[in-house]
Design a protein around this ligand. Structure first.
Ligand code: ADP
Length: 169
């Protein structure tokens, strides 16, 4: 038993280095904060086994909301989306892990909460696209872009969770 544990400890850094470690920007939107869902939502990513690298409660200014959602600027719902995101504090998070971007999207569920599967955050906790409680990056590139956009240097922590060898063999 001890031999296996040691082996895990010794080889884990090599294993992790050879896999695709990504970062995802996850944000609890103002409705999630107002509805008291912060702990519930953070808990789902934490329990899955991803690593939290950044976390803050933040009142998003207009220009940052517009930059974050710039790809949607031509959509008819864009003005409403910006006023929604800036309507109250959001919780900004940077999560790291192997395959975290796609996995977080699965945990979050479909954009329209009525189409999101039960068991997903939106499927369990929301009913409308315009109030879908949480954001998750849609690609590893956007994960990095969004984390750089929402966090300043010094707001992200580099650390090794004690549970690491118990998550990946
Ligand atoms: P996702 O957040 O699932 O990646 P999109 O990138 O398509 O979805 O849209 C970004 C956000 O814009 C959605 O999460 C939602 O808050 C808002 N949104 C998208 N489509 C609509 C819509 N038809 N009406 C109102 N808000 C919308």
């Amino acid at each position: 038993k001890n031999r296996n544990l040691n082996k895990t400890h010794i080889f884990l850094p090599h294993l992790v280095a050879s896999m695709e470690v990504e970062e995802s920007y996850i944000m609890i939107k103002p409705d999630g904060v107002q509805r008291g869902l912060v702990g519930e939502i953070i808990s789902r990513f934490e329990k899955k086994g991803f690593k939290l690298k950044g976390l803050k409660l933040f009142q998003c200014p207009q220009d940052l909301a517009e930059e974050h959602y710039k790809d949607l600027s031509s959509k008819p719902f864009f003005p409403k989306l910006i006023s929604y995101i800036t309507s109250g504090p959001v919780v900004c998070m940077a999560w790291e892990g192997v395959g975290v971007v796609a996995s977080a999207r699965k945990l979050i569920g479909a954009t329209n909460p009525l189409q999101a599967e039960p068991g997903t955050i939106r499927g369990d906790l929301a009913v409308q696209t315009g109030r879908n409680v949480v954001h998750g990056s849609d690609s590893p590139e956007n994960g990095q872009r969004e984390i750089a956009l929402w966090f300043k240097e010094g707001e992200l922590a580099d650390w090794t969770p004690a549970q690491a060898p118990w998550l990946v063999e």
